[in-house]
Structures are given as C-alpha cells and as structure tokens.
Design a protein around this ligand. Structure first.
Ligand SMILES: CC(C)(COP(=O)(O)OP(=O)(O)OC[C@H]1O[C@@H](n2cnc3c(N)ncnc32)[C@H](O)[C@@H]1OP(=O)(O)O)[C@@H](O)C(=O)NCCC(=O)NCCS
Length: 235
C-alpha cells in the first residue's frame, strides 16, 4: 500500500443512523436543532449566547450552498447531528471582516472578530495557492445522540463530499476541545491556536468567560487527496 495515501477509516454506522447531504425540506428543522445545540458551543457560551437570529441567517445561507451533511435516525426521523459546510473563496475573510463591522450585536462581534482575525492572519488560500476551500462552519450533535462517535463519522462524510466535489483542502474553525481531539484523529492539522484567556479588554478583564476544557480556538486544516475516497471504498 502506498504510504502517502491518506488513511481514512469509515467506522461502522451507529445502529440506525444514516448520513446524507441535508435536503432542502429539512433546512428549517436543521436550523432549529442547531439553535438549540449551539447553546453548548464553547465560544457562544463564553460570550453569554449570541442572538440566534443573526446566527440563523448565517446558517441558512450556509445550508443553501448545498454541502451540509446530517446524521438521521431512521427509526424516528430525528436529526441526530449536522455539520454545516460551505465554500470559502479567497476574498471571503476580508469581506466578512468588513461586513461584520456593521453588525451591532456585541456578542456576535466577540465571536466572529476572533474567528475572522485568526483566519485573516493565516491567509490559507494564498499559502496553498487555492481559490476555494471546503469550510466546516457549524457542527452540532443532538444532545440525545452525543458520545456515540457521531461527530467522527460526520467529519468523515464531509471529507468524502469535499473530495467528490474536487476540493483540495478542508478547514475547520474549531472552538471545542472535544472536536479538536476528533479532528486530530481524522488527520486534521492545527494551523493556528489562540487561547481565549489571552484576550482582555482595556481594563485587563478577560473577554471570554470560557469553561474548561475548552480554552482555545484552533483553525484546523486537512489537505485532501482524491485517492482517499478510493482507499475508503476498499475498506
Ligand atoms: C462537540 C460535539 C459536536 C461532540 O459530538 P459527539 O458526537 O458527542 O462527539 P463524539 O461522541 O464523537 O466524541 C468525541 C470525543 O470528544 C470527547 N467528548 C465529547 N463529549 C464529551 C463530554 N461531554 N465530556 C468529556 N469528553 C467528551 C471525548 O474524547 C470523545 O471521544 P470518546 O467518546 O471516544 O471518549 C457535541 O458535543 C456538540 O454538538 N456540542 C455543542 C456544539 C459544539 O460544541 N460544536 C462544536 C464546535 S467546533
């Protein structure tokens, strides 16, 4: 076996769970579930919960790109988990930074200033000479289905979709230590990490009221190889 071929393990499906691209008729349900689930998302929690309406618009726009993947429980039709993905063009980070200056919501500002500025400093598109990359925007597993390996499997499925669509790199803005661990197991590499505790206001007060073990934000990337899907099919 060629040692350069990335090994991607597709684990056995958990019981009655199937994975698929989110169909349009489920967009509203997915957004509802995301809104509930994101109450546990570490960066959102650390700012005291951002207005869900703003996030809802962002989620909806991402869903309409058509690259989002869901885990569905075929027994009861429940959405067990979702990963919202989109295409990120080279100019998107700069545009987002410009746009977000006009959003008055302070919590939204705190979340996305951090995320966009770290991304801007990395300039991944130029570094890898790519016009577009596959970006994982939001991850959420339904609380009822947590600790069953769903996020691992969801990331695997996202990777297969990204490869199928011809992307060369996937990126994950990782705010959760749990997802960080799983992404590392899925061969993502950390491009840059910043510690929430290092951000303070003019009075030296910490901006992010984070809870351990989620003490940092990491941009994680994975270079994709179309051979990986072949490898996957062999297993
Ligand atoms: C983070 C989240 C996506 C994890 O989904 P999940 O399907 O339950 O994750 P997994 O079952 O694959 O667990 C992955 C690993 O994370 C760690 N982990 C997950 N939940 C944990 C918990 N409550 N306590 C301690 N460790 C935990 C474990 O190391 C676990 O591996 P293990 O079960 O083999 O020990 C889910 O908890 C969630 O939706 N949280 C709210 C939204 C969020 O934080 N999104 C991520 C933003 S990057």
């Amino acid at each position: 076996m060629n040692a350069n071929v990335p090994k991607m393990v597709i684990r056995k499906q958990v019981e009655n769970i199937i994975y698929q691209v989110v169909p349009k008729y489920l967009y509203e349900d997915v957004i509802c579930q995301m809104q509930r689930g994101l109450k546990d998302e570490p960066l959102n929690t650390s700012v005291g919960y951002c207005d869900t309406e703003i996030l809802e618009k962002k989620m909806s726009a991402t869903l309409y790109e058509g690259y989002s993947i869901m885990a569905l429980d075929t027994d009861n039709g429940e959405i067990a988990g979702v990963v919202l993905n989109g295409i990120e063009k080279k100019e998107d980070v700069e545009t987002a930074l410009d746009k977000f200056k006009h959003v008055e919501n302070e919590k939204y500002q705190k979340i996305f200033k951090l995320i966009y500025e770290v991304n801007e400093s990395l300039d991944i598109h130029s570094k890898y000479n790519l016009n577009t990359i596959f970006k994982i925007n939001f991850i959420c597993v339904n609380p009822k289905y947590r600790r069953r390996g769903l996020v691992k499997e969801l990331l695997n499925r996202c990777e297969l979709l990204a490869i199928e669509k011809g992307f060369k790199l996937m990126k994950l803005d990782c705010t959760s230590n749990f997802v960080h661990k799983v992404a590392e197991l899925n061969a993502f590499a950390s491009a840059k990490t910043v510690r929430y505790g290092d951000f303070t206001d003019g009075n030296g007060k910490q901006i992010y009221d984070f809870k351990m073990p989620h003490d940092s934000f990491t941009v994680m990337i994975k270079l994709l190889d179309e051979k990986a899907s072949y490898q996957c099919a062999l297993q």
